[in-house]
Design a protein around this ligand. Structure first.
Ligand SMILES: Nc1ncnc2c1ncn2[C@@H]1O[C@H](COP(=O)(O)OP(=O)(O)OP(=O)(O)O)[C@@H](O)[C@H]1O
Ligand SMILES: [Mg+2]
Length: 315
């Protein structure tokens, strides 16, 4: 079983409007609700691919109930940890009609405390060694940057994936994650802040060789597999055996790349469950990321399989 943890999920309220005027009553042309949260995205794509997955999520208040009903609609199996106070946040996504421009107003959401962290640790402790746990997303208010590392200490999961940035990711490396998936900017930021002259200089160039140096540094610090995503430029994988594979993103029309990284994590885990060849695992991960970039919402299995046949190695 694959478990994903979403500490601070959201209801994403999408509204399509004409230009928004400050200080005036503005009206929407169209609106819809979607569950929001990186762990929920990973779980939804895995569930679509037919993998056994459970999304663990923290919910609170009346908006927590709405989130649950939205998730039921998506047929994702969930395990909720309910908070006694506060409410699940609402993230407002304002789409300017016909322009592709989106303005976001994201809620701060729930606040963690020691008791709650204890409850989460206990829940993760029940996960077995044949299972995989995915920790993704930024940390909520009230947590310290070592939270993911602490959670890794508590879980019984045999493999842990960490998709986070900055200090949360660096700290988590001590727990020896099976997979990390920084995007290009997240990797360059880590290199710039590393305090190591060679990495800082390499980050300045930001070329392929520099990114490989950064990935090798993260692997030395504890990550088994380092998957670096580069948006429309595809991705590379530094696998546990020290080899680097590179894949181009397939051709297609970009619709919305939100959640592409989460879909990529799902694609990686799906293929790694049935294939040991790092190139094939990377190709499937890229296909899943691109399938999300080329669709409304998250990747559907049909498009992932179709794009998998089109993904090519980088020359
Ligand atoms: N414009 C695009 N065209 C084709 N494929 C894309 C595009 N954007 C993203 N992808 C695919 O999705 C993968 C992950 O994308 P990206 O590097 O943007 O992840 P991310 O920044 O972590 O995204 P997220 O918003 O989910 O955190 C890429 O490696 C690529 O395969
Ligand atoms: Mg990402």
């Amino acid at each position: 079983m694959i478990y994903t943890l979403t500490l601070n999920p959201a209801i994403d309220y999408h509204a399509v409007t004409e230009l928004v005027e400050e200080g005036r009553t503005n009206r929407t042309k169209e609106e819809y609700l979607q569950p929001g949260g990186k762990g929920l995205n990973v779980a939804a794509v895995l569930a679509g691919l037919g993998d056994p997955v459970t999304a663990i999520a923290l919910t609170a208040g009346p908006t927590g109930e709405i989130l649950k009903s939205l998730l039921e609609r998506e047929a994702v199996s969930c395990d909720f940890i309910e908070l006694e106070s506060g409410f699940t946040r609402i993230n407002v996504k304002l789409h300017q009609a016909g322009t592709g421009i989106m303005t976001e107003l994201n809620g701060s959401g729930i606040r963690l405390n020691e008791e709650l962290i204890g409850e989460i640790r206990e829940r993760l402790g029940k996960i077995g060694k044949d299972d995989t746990l995915v920790l993704s997303g930024s940390l909520p208010a009230g947590s310290t940057p070592d939270l993911y590392r602490q959670l890794m200490e508590s879980t019984g999961a045999g493999k842990v994936v960490v998709d986070a940035s900055g200090a949360a990711l660096l700290e988590a490396l001590e727990g020896k994650p099976y997979l990390i998936k920084p995007n290009r900017d997240e990797l360059l930021d880590l290199m710039t802040q590393s305090g190591e002259q060679e990495l800082i200089e390499a980050a300045g160039s930001g070329d392929a060789e520099a990114l490989e140096k950064g990935a090798a540094w993260l692997q030395q610090r504890g990550a088994e597999n380092v998957l670096v995503s580069m948006g429309g430029d595809g991705a590379f994988l530094l696998s546990a055996d020290g080899k680097v594979s590179r894949m181009e993103a397939p051709e297609g029309d970009l619709i919305d790349a939100v959640g592409a990284g989460d879909s990529m994590v799902a694609g990686f885990l799906h293929q790694a469950g049935q294939d040991t060849d790092p190139e094939k695992v990377l190709a499937f991960a890229v296909a899943a990321g691109s399938a999300t970039a080329f669709s409304m919402g998250l990747a559907k299995p049909r498009m992932i399989h179709q794009l998998y046949d089109e993904v090519r190695k980088q020359k």
